[in-house]
Design a protein around this ligand. Structure first.
Ligand SMILES: Cc1ncc(COP(=O)(O)O)c(C=O)c1O
Length: 330
C-alpha cells in the first residue's frame, strides 16, 4: 500500500479491464479514474502546473483560471488547494452539478457560462469569459489547457508508456478527443516508438474537431465547438464519430457486467467497436482504449432513465431503438 502526503501522489496507472467478456473483442480499457481528482485530467493538470511553475509564469500567491468541461476543473481545484493557489474555473451548463460542487468543496470559484457564443458555442463563450477575467485582473494566470504543451506531454510521458509496457503486441489504439491532449500525447509516443500501431480518434457527433457540423452535445468530456489548437491530424490514421445515444447504450451495457464508467468511456468503447467491426471483423487484432473517468458523476444523466428519455426520446422512438433503453425509459 502506498503512503502519500499530497493527494496528487496517488494515481493508478497500470489498471486495464479486459472487455472481451462484454463485447467479444480483444479490446482492453485503460482505467484512469482512480485518483483523488477522479479522472485522467489529473495527469495533464499536474504537468501544466509544473511547467508553468518551472518557467516562472506561476508564482506563489497567483490566481489560476481555466476553462473546463469539469474534470480539468476538479483536478486543478485539488492541486490549487494543495499548493495554496486561488483557482477560478469557467465551465458551462453541461458540467454535472456534482462536479461543480466538488470544485467548490476544494475552495475553487466556479463561473457557469450558459449562453453559447454565436459561432463558437459554449466553449467559445467560456474562453471569452476567461479572457475578460484575465484582462480585468493581472494576477490571474490562464494555464490554457487548449494550448499548453504540458497537456499532451503528460500523456506522452505516462499514459502512452504504460499502455506500451502492458501491450507489447498492440495493434490499435483508440482515443477520445476533447482538448486532444490525450490523443496527441499517445499518438506522438506510438509514432516515435511503434509506428505500425494504428491511431484511431473518437469524437462525439456534433463536435467540429474533425470538420463535422456543430450540433447539440450533452455529455461532457469529448468534442469541441471550436477546433482544438493542439490537434495534428497527420498523427491519426482514422476518426470515428459516435452519436451520444450510442455512448449511453455502451455505458449501460458495461454496467451489466459490473463496470460503471463515465460518459466518454462509452463513446471511446463504442468508437473502438465500430472501427474494429469495420476493419477487423475476424477479431484478429489487439486494441486498447482509455476510460477517462468513472460513472458516479453521471448517475443523474447517462445512468438515469428519465434524463435519457427527456434528452434522447426522439432518437429512442426512431427506427433504431436500443433495447436496454426501452426498459429504463418506461
Ligand atoms: C471525461 C473526459 N473524457 C475525455 C476527455 C478528453 O481528454 P482530452 O482533453 O485529453 O482530449 C476529458 C477532458 O476533459 C474528460 O473530462
Amino acid at each position: 500500500m502506498p503512503v502519500i502526503s499530497k493527494s496528487h501522489e496517488f494515481d493508478v496507472s497500470d489498471l486495464f479491464v479486459n472487455l472481451q467478456p462484454v463485447f467479444r473483442r480483444r479490446l482492453f480499457l485503460k482505467v484512469e479514474g482512480f485518483n483523488f481528482a477522479g479522472s485522467i485530467k489529473l495527469k495533464a493538470a499536474r504537468e501544466i502546473i509544473a511547467q508553468a511553475e518551472a518557467s516562472g509564469v506561476l508564482t506563489p500567491g497567483a490566481t489560476l483560471v481555466e476553462s473546463s468541461s469539469g474534470n480539468m476543473g476538479v483536478a486543478l481545484s485539488m492541486l490549487a488547494a494543495g499548493a495554496g493557489y486561488r483557482f477560478v474555473c469557467v465551465t458551462d451548463s453541461r458540467c454535472n452539478a456534482a462536479t461543480r460542487r466538488m470544485m467548490e468543496a476544494f475552495g475553487a470559484e466556479v463561473h457557469v457560462v450558459t449562453e453559447p457564443h454565436e459561432t463558437e458555442g459554449l466553449l467559445g463563450a467560456r474562453l471569452r469569459h476567461v479572457e475578460a477575467l484575465c484582462a480585468a485582473d493581472e494576477k490571474m494566470v490562464w494555464l490554457n489547457q487548449y494550448l499548453s504543451a504540458g497537456n499532451w506531454m503528460a500523456h506522452h510521458g505516462t499514459t502512452a508508456p504504460a499502455i506500451a509496457k502492458e501491450f507489447p503486441d498492440l495493434d490499435v489504439l483508440v482515443i477520445g478527443a476533447g482538448t486532444t491532449g490525450t490523443l496527441m500525447g499517445c499518438a506522438r509516443y506510438f509514432r516515435e516508438t511503434r509506428p505500425h500501431v494504428k491511431i484511431v480518434a473518437v469524437d462525439s457527433v456534433g463536435s467540429v474537431t474533425f470538420g463535422g457540423p456543430a450540433g447539440r452535445r450533452l455529455i461532457p468530456g469529448l468534442g469541441a465547438s471550436r477546433r482544438p489548437p493542439l490537434l495534428d491530424e497527420s498523427l491519426i490514421d482514422d476518426v470515428v464519430m459516435v452519436p451520444e445515444i450510442e455512448t449511453i447504450r455502451v455505458c449501460r451495457e458495461m454496467t451489466r457486467h459490473g463496470f460503471l464508467f463515465g460518459g466518454s468511456t462509452g463513446t471511446a468503447v463504442s468508437g473502438a467497436l465500430t472501427w474494429l467491426a469495420a476493419h477487423h471483423p475476424d477479431g484478429d487484432v489487439t486494441a486498447v482504449t482509455i476510460s477517462p473517468d468513472m460513472g458516479e458523476r453521471y448517475i443523474d444523466t447517462v445512468y438515469r432513465g428519465e434524463w435519457v428519455w427527456d434528452s434522447f426520446g426522439s432518437a429512442l422512438v426512431g427506427n433504431e431503438v436500443p433495447g436496454d433503453l426501452q426498459v429504463v425509459s418506461g
